[in-house]
Write a protein that binds this ligand. Structure first.
Ligand code: SF4
Length: 380
C-alpha cells in the first residue's frame, strides 16, 4: 500500500490536529506562539477565541467536541488556541479533561477512516512504522489466530502508548511478537493513535507568555467556568497516567526495562516489588520485564511469584530510599534529576502515594511540602 499518495481532505485535517498537514497549515498562518498570540489579539480572530472557549467548555462537560468547518483557514487555529488557553491556566486537571475529550473525539473520527489514511497518519504524524497485513483474502494463508490482524507495527512504537492501558490485551506478554513486529487490529491501532494524541497533550511543555487583554479575558472566563464546574464534576480518574506518579528511581528502572535494557539484580527486585505493591498483577509485572535481553518467561514468572508471595501473601516491600541510594539507583542522589518531593519522603511508595494524591486533586504548587512536613532527607 503506497501511503505517500494519501492526501487528507480539509475536514480530515480539522479532525486530526496532530497531523503533519494540519501543523504545516497552522505554522504557515502563525509560525510560532508569539505570532499566534498576535493574530488572536486582532478583531478578525475574535471568532477563533470564542470557538476555542467553546471547545474547552465541551471538554470540561465531558461531551463531544464539535468541529467548526466554515471553509475559512482560521478554523485551523481553534485547536491550538484552545491548547494555549488551557496551558495558560496551567491546571493539570483541566489538561486531563482536554486530553480526554480531544482523544475521544479523534478516536471517533478514526473509526470511520480507511486503512491507508490510518497508516498515513501513523507514519507522518508519529513516525511509527506500520505495515498492512494485506486484504482478508491474502491473510487466508496465515494461521487462523493471526488472520484478524489488519496491521503490524514495530514493538517500540506499540510500547510508546500501550503500557498506559491496563487491560490484558495491551500487555506485551500477551502479544505475538515476530522479529520486533506486533500484529494489531484496526481498532487497536486507532486506540493507540488517540492514546498517543492524549499523551502529547498531557506531556505538553508549552510555556505561555503574558497574554494581551482579549486573551486574558478568555482565560479568565474559562478558568471561572472550570472552577465552578469542577466542584460538581467527577475528577478524571487516574488510570493511564498513573506511571507519571512514579518516583524518579522507579520511573528510570521502568523505562529502562520497557526499552529492553538489562537491569541489575537490585533494580529488578526493587521495580518488581514496587509494581506489585501498587497493585499491578503478576502478569502485568511480567510484561514490564519482557523486553529484557535475558528474559526467560518461566524464570521471571517464578521470581515475580516469589516476590509477591512473601510474608504470607503480603509480598516483599521494596527497599527504602537509603538502600536504593546505596545501590546507585537513585537518580536524584546521583544528581541526574531532581524532584522536591524526594526530600520529604524516605520511601518510594510514600512518593507514589503522595504524587498520585496530588494528581487526583490537581495540586501543582508544591510549596506545601515545606509547610506541612519536616524535611526527611538531604540529597545534596
Ligand atoms: S529519593 Fe527515594 S523516591 Fe526519590 S528517586 Fe531517590 S530513591 Fe527514589
Amino acid at each position: 500500500m503506497n501511503v505517500t499518495t494519501v492526501r487528507l481532505t480539509r475536514m480530515q485535517m480539522l479532525q486530526y490536529p496532530f497531523s503533519a498537514e494540519t501543523r504545516a497549515v497552522t505554522q504557515n498562518m502563525a509560525k510560532d506562539l508569539g505570532s499566534l498570540i498576535g493574530l488572536l489579539d486582532t478583531d478578525q480572530y475574535e471568532p477563533v477565541v470564542d470557538e476555542a472557549e467553546r471547545r474547552i467548555i465541551a471538554a470540561i462537560d465531558q461531551s463531544e467536541i464539535q468541529l467548526v468547518n466554515s471553509n475559512d483557514d482560521r478554523d485551523f487555529l481553534i485547536s491550538p488556541t484552545s491548547r494555549l488557553v488551557v496551558e495558560k491556566i496551567g491546571d493539570p486537571r483541566l489538561r486531563e479533561y482536554q486530553a480526554e475529550a480531544e482523544s475521544k473525539t479523534v478516536n471517533k473520527h478514526l473509526d470511520a477512516e480507511k486503512d491507508e489514511v490510518v497508516m498515513h497518519l501513523c507514519q507522518s504524524s508519529f513516525g511509527w512504522q506500520i505495515e498492512s497485513t494485506g486484504k482478508p483474502v491474502d491473510r487466508a494463508r496465515l494461521p487462523v489466530w493471526l488472520r484478524s490482524f489488519d496491521f503490524r507495527m514495530r514493538f517500540e512504537n506499540f510500547l510508546e502508548v500501550a503500557p498506559g492501558f491496563h487491560q490484558p490485551p495491551w500487555k506485551l506478554v500477551n502479544r505475538f511478537l515476530d522479529a520486533g513486529w506486533i500484529p494489531v487490529q484496526s481498532l487497536e491501532l486507532k486506540r493507540l493513535m488517540s492514546g498517543k494524541y492524549k499523551q502529547l497533550i498531557l506531556n505538553s511543555t508549552l510555556k505561555v507568555p503574558t497574554l494581551p487583554a482579549r486573551l486574558t479575558e478568555a482565560v479568565q472566563r474559562v478558568e471561572t467556568e472550570f472552577r465552578r464546574k469542577a466542584r460538581v464534576t467527577e475528577p478524571v480518574k487516574i488510570t493511564e497516567t498513573v506511571v507519571s506518579a512514579f518516583p524518579p528511581c522507579i520511573a528510570q528502572m521502568h523505562d529502562d526495562s520497557i526499552q529492553g535494557k538489562n537491569l541489575p539484580h537490585e533494580a529488578r527486585f526493587t521495580l518488581a516489588a514496587f509494581l506489585l505493591k501498587i497493585g499491578m498483577s503478576q502478569d502485568e509485572v511480567l510484561g514490564v520485564f519482557r523486553s529484557s535481553p535475558d528474559f526467560v518467561t518461566d524464570l521471571a514468572r517464578y521470581q515475580i511469584r516469589h516476590i509477591s508471595s512473601k510474608s504470607g501473601g503480603q509480598g516483599y516491600t521494596p527497599p527504602g530510599c537509603k538502600k536504593i541510594q546505596g545501590n546507585g539507583l537513585c537518580p536524584v542522589y546521583l544528581g541526574v534529576t531532581f524532584d522536591p518531593l524526594c526530600e520529604y519522603i524516605i520511601h518510594p511508595l510514600a512518593f507514589y502515594k503522595t504524587r498520585a494524591w496530588e494528581m487526583l486533586k490537581g495540586i501543582e504548587n508544591r510549596s506545601w511540602y515545606a509547610t506541612k512536613k519536616r524535611k526527611k532527607q538531604s540529597l545534596s
